[in-house]
Write a protein that binds this ligand. Structure first.
Ligand SMILES: NC(=O)c1ccc[n+]([C@@H]2O[C@H](COP(=O)([O-])OP(=O)(O)OC[C@H]3O[C@@H](n4cnc5c(N)ncnc54)[C@H](OP(=O)(O)O)[C@@H]3O)[C@@H](O)[C@H]2O)c1
Length: 324
């Protein structure tokens, strides 16, 4: 099989595409012929040694993919060769083949192509648990999404709309905001040219009920000052680079709750909820309420270019590596 290898921490140019032997298939596992694998922000951190987990070298990056089942290990009954699936891999998705646990494999619904399937679990899963469980978003409430055209941001716009909220999308360019509007945003804020707090005051004079924040830094600081009474701010990530601190007095004055979300940790801590959330998302997809957006489909051999689309803020929705 061909695989993108990380042999030392560094920029995408330090990775290499090589022929490597296939992985052994254990009990309860599935071998997948990968057709598409999406790049997550976490992948850009993993290869640079900036992620919380640092795999031993050499390793194949990539957390999620879609493809067809090639082979199932002993004990796997609900999957069979030839089935089209999406899958999570602890790592190893940026390759023409991967092996993962059968519990991390979901059949692709009709109409969903491989690139969309490879983009689905992490981004939609994070925003669903982030907004429903952590943000407690209700119909009729106002949701502010930061980084609203990014991988997780755009899914939060769609899920917010599906839950019946009024969605304000905030991003760094008119083009990105156009994408957010096309995915359901009711109002938009361009934070490269507009003051976030002043614009929110115009759009939602009483403040917003929920903030969904994958960016952090100055935007988190500003968003914390845009909250309505009893507001909730969901901490998703720090794509902007700075981890913000919370002045506790602001929380007291408006009864604001700050809620973190760590989707990946549900596999260990609450697998039942994870599975239930993914089932709900499949239902929303089948009902036509979710439309996965892939701005770039890039052949596997151009992996460095694909990483840079994300790292240089040029992508909207997801960037996907394709294997054919
Ligand atoms: N907690 C969890 O379980 C979980 C799960 C998935 C992802 N995440 C985190 O969520 C964040 C976003 O992930 P993602 O996959 O959606 O990434 P993404 O597709 O690259 O989106 C990130 C967005 O952040 C904004 N941004 C602001 N400053 C940036 C910078 N210096 N570099 C890159 N982007 C910047 C960009 O929007 P503008 O240009 O419009 O500002 C971009 O669209 C990451 O921190 C990731 O680790 C967390």
């Amino acid at each position: 099989m061909r695989a993108v290898l990380c042999k030392r921490f560094g920029p995408p140019e330090d990775l290499s595409l090589e022929e490597v032997p296939g992985l052994p298939l254990g009990e309860g596992q599935v071998r997948i012929a990968v057709k598409a694998a999406s790049i997550n922000f976490a992948d850009t951190l993993v290869i640079q040694g900036k992620y919380q987990e640092k795999p031993p070298f050499p390793f194949v990056p990539g957390f999620e993919c879609a493809g067809t089942v090639m082979e199932v290990g002993p004990g796997v009954r609900h999957l069979k060769p030839g089935l089209r699936v999406m899958a999570l891999a602890p790592k190893g998705a940026f390759a023409t083949e991967t092996v993962t646990d059968a519990t991390a494999v979901i059949p692709l619904p009709d109409g969903m192509d491989f690139a969309e399937g490879a983009s689905f679990p992490v981004a939609y899963g994070t925003s669903h648990i982030g907004l429903v469980d952590r943000g407690q978003l209700k119909a009729g409430e106002t949701l502010l999404v930061l980084g609203a055209a990014g991988g997780v941001g755009l899914t939060a716009v769609e899920i917010g709309k599906a839950l019946g909220a009024r969605v304000i999308a905030a991003a760094s360019s008119a083009d990105k905001l156009e994408v957010a509007r096309a995915h359901g945003a009711d109002a938009v804020i361009d934070y490269s040219t507009e003051d976030l707090k002043a614009r929110v005051k115009e759009l939602a004079p009483k403040g917003v009920d929920v903030v969904y924040d994958p960016v952090g830094g100055d935007l988190f600081d500003a968003a914390l000052r845009c909250m309505a009474w009893n507001g909730r701010i969901v901490v998703v990530g720090f794509a902007g680079g700075r981890i913000p601190s919370v002045p506790a007095n602001l929380l007291l004055v408006k009864q604001i709750a700050v809620a973190g979300v760590y989707w990946g940790a549900h596999q260990k801590n609450d697998p039942k909820r994870l599975a239930g959330s993914l089932m709900e998302l499949m239902g929303l997809y089948m009902a036509g309420k979710l439309k996965p957006h892939v701005s770039h489909r890039v052949p596997l051999e151009r992996y460095a270019e694909a990483f840079h689309l994300l790292m240089d803020r040029k992508a909207t929705g997801k960037v996907v590596l394709t294997m054919e």
